[in-house]
Each structure stands twice: as structure tokens, then as C-alpha cells.
Design a binder for this molecule. Structure first.
Ligand SMILES: *Cc1c(COP(=O)(O)O)cnc(C)c1O
Length: 224
């Protein structure tokens, strides 16, 4: 057994506490750097929505798993280099880390060539942290408008990773407000330590890794 039942219960409870329908919150199982057996256990229990933060790691792990399990949906939740745009667009159903103009232009060019594009979330650096990816909060509205209107990109969501050393509430609230005023439906926020708080603040998906699978063990990365 994985922690799936427990996490699902906690999501349901947090949603009800917030007066929300539990079905309005999706669990993204963050399977980066997890042993294959743990991922298979969650797949066996019927879960199909997963998040990975590296294109290459996902490419080595998921083709085999997708052969064996129908209906897998994969989200890229880590930084995307422009030279990995093609494989990322081939591989992921949703890219949650759209965070700069150059990347948006590259994705738009590629989308025009292939006539399709994964769903996109704009990543916002709510804490304005120097080392962290994401568009600055005060540039988010203009960036979202540019992606949608000039580049015709399917921006349906917004994502953030709040600073590790601050209470997350104000960051979640800030992200939810940016989503609301831009008419963005999907809000990806909340990880193992704070997903219940994120749900109280309007998250429509939470990205849970270690609380679901157990502590990550980089030496145990395996291929599917
Ligand atoms: C690793 C990761 C998570 C999951 O983190 P946990 O604390 O293990 O739940 C969520 N979001 C992103 C962007 C990550 O890289």
C-alpha cells in the first residue's frame, strides 16, 4: 500500500472544511526520484495523474509504464530549457513551468508547426526569490495576456512554489488572486507540507511527492 488512501482522505477533508467539493481538487502524484515499485503501487491502486520535474528522467521512466497502464496523465512541474521544448511537448500532457517570454515564443513556434500544444500553466515566483523560476507577480498579468493573445497559447492554469521558509498562506492567496483576475481556472499549489492550506486558499491541484510515496532516494532512480 502507498499513502494514496491517506492523502486522498486528507484532500477530501481539507476541501470540505473549506466548503469546497472534493472533486474540485486533483492530486498530482510527484513521482520524481522515486523507485519504480512505489510508482507501480500507486498505479495499481488506480491513480493516473503524475508530476515529474525533469524531461529526461520522465522519458526514461514513463514510456514503459504508459505501455502497461492506460490513461496516464503527466505534468511537467520543473524548469524547462528551450532546447528541451520538443521532447517536453511530445511527452507531457501539461507543462506547468511556463515562466519566460523566450520559452513562450519557442513553444508557440513549435505548436504552430505541429498544430497542437499541451495545456500550459504559467509559473509565478510569488516570493520574488532570485534563485527561483517563475514570472514576477507584478509582471504576471502582462505575461499571461501576451501568451494568450499574441502567441495564442493555451494557458489554462497557474503554478507557484512558495518560499520554503515563509508561511505559505499569503503566497497561495496571491496566486489565487492572479488566477481570478486573469480568468484562469486551474491553480496548482501546495506540496506535502502544505497542501491542506493550499486547498483552503483555492488550489485546484496539489503536487504531493514525499507524503505520498515516502522520502525520495536519488540513488534508487530506475528505468521503466
Ligand atoms: C518535488 C516537487 C513537489 C513535491 O514535493 P513534496 O514536498 O515531496 O511533496 C511539488 N512541486 C514541485 C515543483 C516539485 O519539484
Amino acid at each position: 500500500m502507498s499513502g494514496l488512501t491517506d492523502i486522498t482522505k486528507r484532500i477530501d477533508h481539507a476541501a470540505r472544511e473549506a466548503g469546497r467539493d472534493p472533486a474540485s481538487v486533483r492530486l498530482i502524484a510527484v513521482s520524481k526520484v522515486q523507485p519504480l515499485a512505489r510508482i507501480e503501487a500507486v498505479l495499481e491502486e488506480g491513480h493516473r495523474l503524475f508530476g515529474e520535474n525533469r524531461v529526461q528522467e520522465a522519458q526514461s521512466k514513463w514510456p514503459g509504464l504508459r505501455d502497461r497502464y492506460d490513461g496516464v496523465e503527466l505534468h511537467l512541474i520543473g524548469p524547462l530549457q528551450t532546447n528541451k521544448v520538443k521532447p517536453a511537448m511530445d511527452f507531457f500532457d501539461t507543462i506547468q513551468s511556463l515562466d519566460r517570454t523566450r520559452l513562450a515564443v519557442k513553444i508557440a513556434t513549435e505548436a504552430q508547426e505541429r498544430g497542437s500544444c499541451p495545456d500550459l500553466y504559467v509559473q509565478v515566483n510569488t516570493g520574488a526569490e532570485k534563485q527561483k523560476a517563475g514570472i514576477a507577480p507584478d509582471e504576471a498579468d502582462a505575461f499571461i495576456a501576451r501568451c494568450r493573445e499574441e502567441l495564442d497559447l493555451p494557458v489554462i492554469g497557474i503554478m507557484a512554489i512558495p518560499p520554503a521558509d515563509e508561511a505559505p498562506d499569503t503566497h497561495f492567496d496571491l496566486l489565487a488572486r492572479i488566477a481570478e483576475r486573469n480568468g484562469i481556472a486551474e491553480i496548482s499549489m501546495g506540496m506535502s507540507a502544505d497542501f491542506e492550506t493550499a486547498i483552503a486558499n483555492g488550489a485546484t491541484s496539489v503536487r504531493v511527492g514525499s507524503a505520498l510515496f515516502g522520502t525520495r532516494d536519488p540513488s534508487a532512480v530506475t528505468q521503466g
